[in-house]
Each structure stands twice: as structure tokens, then as C-alpha cells.
Design a protein around this ligand. Structure first.
Ligand SMILES: *Cc1c(COP(=O)(O)O)cnc(C)c1O
Length: 355
């Protein structure tokens, strides 16, 4: 028995792996693999249609929202967003809360001016800034809902009258929220919704047509919308895995149901870390992420020993990101509560032997 706390690509439901592997050999009893059917066939069109409609249903999206499955990872959205939304002489507002937000800011500066409204860099991104003002003359406000590397998460949607844009790569569909408040949402699939190789982009038609620059066809959201997310060959298998995962989530009862499980997992993990003096929690309590728990062990020798114990016990992905150190335990939607129970038992046992 193994337990997968990898940060991304990461765990997906076991039934998704089973169904996806069956489809590689024989898709829907066609005698063909999902990998060898044309993307313009009815067989694949129905996969795309179902994936898009499940996103709309699970997120409760209004009819003006377009659902796209695009290439290039969330990192492509770092520049595709400003390319489509930020005119040369205009300004965008960004919140700087971690390594991913920093990368998004760097790319946006290629297209217009960027006002960083607040940053938590002063304390190694261990908290979410609060009480900042969002300029009303900016084209949009961009933030990262969950900081995968640093283990912080925004637990409320900022109040503003300008369009909201969010990178939800590592917490999409993990907690209920009013997704219609956002003009654009993007997420790499490989953390909460599927296999690497595809991005989910949800965009409000109304914010397009506002920049004067010429856009390469493949970078233009309007072209993807016009072509039903099939401007060119989509990453068919990655989209298929998303569809299976979305079906699984719907079967469980949707976002509200998974949120309850996610809260239980996070509570158990954080309570355990707090109860063991060997561990330290650098992240501000109110900003802790439900998805990625970051904690440290000040004693370097014990840290090594604990990582070795995790390895012997079949725990993958517990080691922290190289920029933060310590440990990072990712608890995405597909991670069963049981895995957190086993890990926290191991932590308590380790503390008893070494405390
Ligand atoms: C993983 C991650 C990314 C990068 O995703 P790629 O698909 O590798 O480009 C961007 N933003 C956040 C919040 C992430 O967690």
C-alpha cells in the first residue's frame, strides 16, 4: 500500500486510472484506442462536450462563461492572459503571494504595466497580505488562489469592481465558491482535475475584444471559443482523463461533498503537526492551505530520519519544495482521508520514539 502526497502531477482516483487504461486499449468497445481516434469524430466530440458541461455543472457557471481545454500548462496562461486582456498602455493589478504569482507578474510586464498591490515576500510568502487596495483603473486583478509551494490559500474572494482573474491550478474544484465572480479562471489539470498536458480556462466573453494588439491564432481565446476548444488537435487523452475525474467528482456529490473531506484531511494533518513539538508550522494560521500543508522540523538530522521513515512506509512526495525546505504534504481531491490517517499515525509514532 502506498500513499501519494505528490504536489503535481499528483494522485487521481483509482477508478480514473483503471478507466483511462482500459480506454487506451479499447475505447468504448470500438476496438480502437482513445489514442488513435480523430479529435473530430463523434466519439471524441462527446468526450469534449461532457468535460465542458461537467465543468459548468460542478462550478455552477453562468451561460456567459466559456470552458476551454488548452495546451501549454498554467505557465502559458501567465502570458496568454495579459496578451488577451492587457493593452500596451493599460495597467493590470497583481497580488504577489508566491513563486507562481511572481512568474505571472514577470510575464504580464511584457504586455503592459503591472501594479503589484501587495506582496508577502518579506516573510518568505508565509501569509496572504490583507487590507490592500485594488486600483479601479486597472484592466483586471490577478491572484493565485492557492500557493502550492508555500502552502497558503486565499479563503475569500477579494472585493473589487474590476474583472477578477485567478490561477486556480492547485485548488480548483476543492472548495465551493462563487466561480461566477471571476472573469477568467485558469488551472493546469495535473493537480486536481486530470493528467498533465492540458489547462482548463474559463473565460467570460465580455472581457475579450478589449486589446488592440494582433494575436497569434493559437493564443487568441476568441478563436478557441469559436472553434469549441478544437482549434487544432486538443490533448485528447489529457482531456479524457479530466472528463473521467470530473465524472468521479460528480458521483461523489460534487464540490460541496469533496470540500468536507478536504477539510477533514487538512484538520487532521494540521492538528497533528501542532500537537508535536518536533514540527514547526511557518504559515499564518488563517491562511493555511487545505491542499498543500507546509511544515518543517528544525532538527536537520531528525528531518532526514523522518523522510527516510516516510519512504520505508510507502509515502511519496512528503519532502518540501527546494525553495522552502522541510515537508509539503499535498492533499488534493483524490487523496483519500485514509492516507492522511496513516501519515499522521506515522508522525505520532516518530515523535514518540524521537521526542
Ligand atoms: C503547478 C502550478 C503552476 C504551473 O503549472 P504548469 O502546468 O506546470 O505550467 C502554476 N500555478 C500554480 C498555482 C501551480 O500550482
Amino acid at each position: 500500500m502506498v500513499h501519494n502526497f505528490n504536489a503535481g502531477p499528483s494522485i487521481l482516483p483509482a477508478e480514473v486510472f483503471r478507466q483511462a487504461s482500459e480506454a487506451i486499449v479499447n475505447y468504448n468497445n470500438m476496438g480502437l484506442s482513445i489514442l488513435e481516434i480523430g479529435h473530430r469524430t463523434d466519439a471524441f466530440q462527446s468526450v469534449m462536450d461532457e468535460a465542458q458541461s461537467l465543468v459548468k455543472e460542478l462550478m455552477g457557471l453562468d451561460s456567459n462563461k466559456e470552458v476551454l481545454f488548452l495546451h501549454g500548462g498554467a505557465s502559458t496562461q501567465f502570458f496568454q492572459v495579459p496578451m488577451n486582456l492587457l493593452d500596451d498602455n493599460a495597467k493590470a493589478a497583481y497580488l504577489d503571494c508566491g513563486v507562481w504569482g511572481t512568474k505571472a507578474i514577470k510575464e504580464a510586464k511584457l504586455y503592459g504595466s503591472v501594479e503589484v498591490v501587495a506582496s508577502s515576500k518579506d516573510r518568505n510568502y508565509a501569509y496572504i497580505p490583507k487590507g490592500y487596495a485594488i486600483p479601479s483603473d486597472a484592466s483586471y486583478f490577478h491572484y493565485t488562489t492557492n500557493n502550492t509551494v508555500e502552502g497558503t490559500q486565499m479563503h475569500a474572494i477579494p472585493e473589487t469592481s474590476i474583472p477578477l482573474v485567478a490561477d486556480m491550478s492547485s485548488d480548483i474544484l476543492s472548495t465551493t465558491m462563487d466561480f461566477n465572480r471571476f472573469s477568467l479562471i485558469y488551472a493546469g489539470a495535473q493537480k486536481n482535475i486530470g493528467a498533465a498536458g492540458v489547462n482548463l480556462v474559463i473565460v467570460d466573453n465580455e472581457i475579450l475584444n478589449k486589446v488592440s494588439r494582433k494575436l497569434p491564432t493559437m493564443m487568441d481565446y476568441r478563436e478557441h471559443i469559436k472553434n469549441g476548444s478544437m482549434l487544432n488537435t486538443p490533448p485528447v487523452f489529457a482531456v479524457y482523463v479530466c472528463m473521467l475525474t470530473l465524472r468521479w467528482l460528480k458521483g461523489l456529490g460534487g464540490v460541496k461533498a469533496i470540500q468536507e473531506i478536504n477539510e477533514q484531511k487538512a484538520k487532521l494533518l494540521y492538528d497533528t503537526v501542532e500537537s508535536i513539538p518536533l514540527f514547526n508550522l511557518p504559515v499564518a494560521t488563517e491562511d493555511r492551505s487545505l491542499m498543500n500543508a507546509v511544515f518543517t522540523m528544525p532538527d536537520a538530522e531528525l528531518e532526514k530520519a523522518f523522510l527516510a521513515t516516510c519512504k520505508t512506509n510507502g509515502m511519496y512526495g512528503v519532502k518540501g519544495h527546494r525553495s522552502v525546505g522541510g515537508f509539503r504534504v499535498s492533499m488534493y481531491n483524490a487523496l483519500p482521508l485514509e492516507s492522511v490517517v496513516v501519515l499522521t499515525d506515522l508522525m505520532k509514532d516518530f515523535a514518540n520514539k524521537n521526542g
